[in-house]
Design a protein around this ligand. Structure first.
Ligand code: NAD
Length: 493
């Protein structure tokens, strides 16, 4: 009992320390009219923190601050910008337990996974602190020999960053770090369901010495109303969005008005292919990560398990055996491996997709039901025999449901895998490297995990094709999203 009380005290103390106001021009300020919004722990349904709820006027003030700070920040030496990012990385390592606990409380993922996100999210700070000093152009003679061509890279200018709730730290650092490294100022709007991690992170940037106005944060329950005028502001130069495809499409339409540069990291519907020659234990282990990481709430989550018909029963048996070992509960507790879904709507969606698949002939191996509250939990589920036309094959599940269907040969595997409007990532398990290479070339995705269930890495270009988005985050490509190319011609000297 004493131990439980101590844990709860640590949580309360941490929540007290999380800023609860907007961060505009280097100051923590209340929203106009003192409006607030409540943040809820999805494992308990309890309000954990009440924070400022920005209005359109607050959004405009944040935009003014980003515009005012742009020229000085662009003129700040790359090394100075790099060192602020590096100091933030170091501070994050010191405070990693706080960030992990906070993410578990506001989003629900088990603490061990939250620690993993701190490590992953932190790497964008380190990677882009190193990239900030490597931005360069080129100098050359034109083909006619009559002039010299100088190509340089300049910061795009003030950026608006919109992030989702599922990776509260990593989605923020994946955008903020390259923007700052490139010399851009930003307004960031985290998801209203999980804004606390971004607020705590921005306090870290402040502590690391970031000048006023370079990063501004607005938290709001009126995302569309507050974002609209920012996107329409002719001083804005770039919109970077991570979230669902329908919202992404609406934002692309809005961005067309000012021909705004956009990066769009949207939804996925990842195929997970298991060939007859695959190591089935490795494939089952990979499936646990690709499917159940973040309680299935990842854009990279394996959505459709396409398994060769000769090994489908055995694969189903091995994944079910593993899924039955999961322990469901509040992610802060010792030994929990599956936390809650983000809200009741997410539970209802998983359940509806499973019921639809079952009504069309699928078989439930384990799970298949919502779990009693408090909190919004869905039982980790395995279903097989999913038939063509089932909603679960077309929609992003975003829950802990592993759905298996079969294929007869490689061509059918490729046809089924590519039968989607999405193209973020695919997973392929095979012992034949040449077959793996063929899949690499034939699958219509931006990323591929070949005999692995997780690919995300700050040093690699993350992003999709088709309706999964535009642009790449991370890697050498990540900073280019925040740079404009300028070409100058001079006469032959
Ligand atoms: P969402 O689209 O509902 O919301 C994302 C963000 O957009 C939130 O901050 C939200 O407040 C804001 N928003 C919503 N409507 C808006 C509007 N009309 N104008 C401006 N902002 C608006 O998505 P979500 O439910 O938070 O996140 C889940 C989705 O994100 C899934 O589809 C998932 O695949 C996708 N996702 C993609 C990636 C990727 O890198 N491709 C990464 C994580 C999540």
């Amino acid at each position: 009992m004493t131990q439980v009380t101590e844990v709860r005290d640590a949580e309360a103390e941490l929540l007290e320390r999380v800023p609860h106001q907007l961060f505009i021009n280097g100051e923590w300020v209340a929203a106009s009219a003192d409006r607030t919004l409540d943040v809820v722990d999805p494992a308990t349904g309890r309000v954990i923190r009440t924070i400022s709820n920005a209005s359109v006027a607050d959004g405009a003030a944040a935009m003014d601050a980003a515009v005012a700070a742009q020229a000085d920040w662009a003129a700040t030496a790359p090394r100075v910008r790099a060192e602020i990012l590096r100091r933030t990385f170091d501070l994050l390592q010191e405070r990693k337990e706080q960030f992990a606990l906070l993410m578990t409380m506001e989003m629900g993922k088990p603490l061990a996974e939250a620690r993993g996100e701190v490590a992953y999210g932190g790497e964008f700070l380190r990677w882009f602190s190193e990239e900030a000093v490597r931005v360069s152009g080129r100098y050359g003679e034109n083909p006619e020999g009559t002039g010299r061509m100088i190509v340089t890279q300049q910061p795009v200018g003030p950026c608006f960053l919109i992030t989702p709730w599922n990776f509260p730290l990593a989605m923020a650092t994946r955008k903020i770090a390259p923007a700052l490294a490139a010399g851009c100022t930003v307004v960031i709007k985290p998801a209203e369901l999980t804004p606390l991690t971004t607020l705590l992170f921005v306090a870290l940037l402040e502590e690391a010495g970031l000048p006023a106005g370079v990063v501004n944060v607005i938290t709001t329950s009126e995302s569309a109303a507050v974002s609209g005028p920012i996107i329409a502001d002719p001083r804005l130069r770039k919109l970077s969005f991570t979230g669902s495809t329908p919202v992404g499409k609406a934002l692309i339409r809005q961005s067309a008005e000012n021909v705004l540069r956009t990066s769009m990291e949207l939804g996925g519907n990842a195929p997970f292919l298991v060939f007859a020659d695959a190591d089935l234990d490795k494939a089952a282990d990979g499936a646990m990560i690709a499917k159940f990481r973040n309680i299935g709430q990842a854009c990279t989550a394996a959505n459709r398990f396409l398994v060769h018909e000769s090994v489908a029963d055995e694969f189903a048996r091995r994944v079910t055996e593993r899924v039955n070992k999961f322990v469901v509960g509040r992610g802060t507790e010792e030994g929990i491996t599956i936390g809650p879904l983000i809200n009741a709507a997410a539970v209802a969606k998983s359940d509806a997709l499973v019921q639809d698949a079952v009504s069309r002939g699928a078989v439930v191996h384990t799970g298949g039901t919502a779990l009693d509250g408090p909190g919004t939990f869905y039982a980790p589920t395995v279903i097989s025999g999913v038939t063509a036309g089932s909603d679960i094959l077309a929609e992003e599940i975003f829950g802990p449901v592993l759905a298996i269907t079969t294929f007869a040969d490689d061509d059918e595997a490729v046809r089924l895998a590519n039968d989607s409007n999405f193209g973020l990532i695919g997973y392929v398990f095979t012992a034949d490297f040449a077959r793996g290479q063929r899949m690499m070339e034939r699958l219509e995705t931006g990323m591929l995990g070949l005999n692995t269930g997780v690919v995300s890495n700050a040093a690699a270009p993350f992003g999709g094709v088709k309706q999964s988005g535009l642009g790449r985050e991370g890697g050498l490509e990540g900073i280019r999203e925040y740079l404009s190319t300028k070409y100058t011609l001079t006469p032959d000297p």
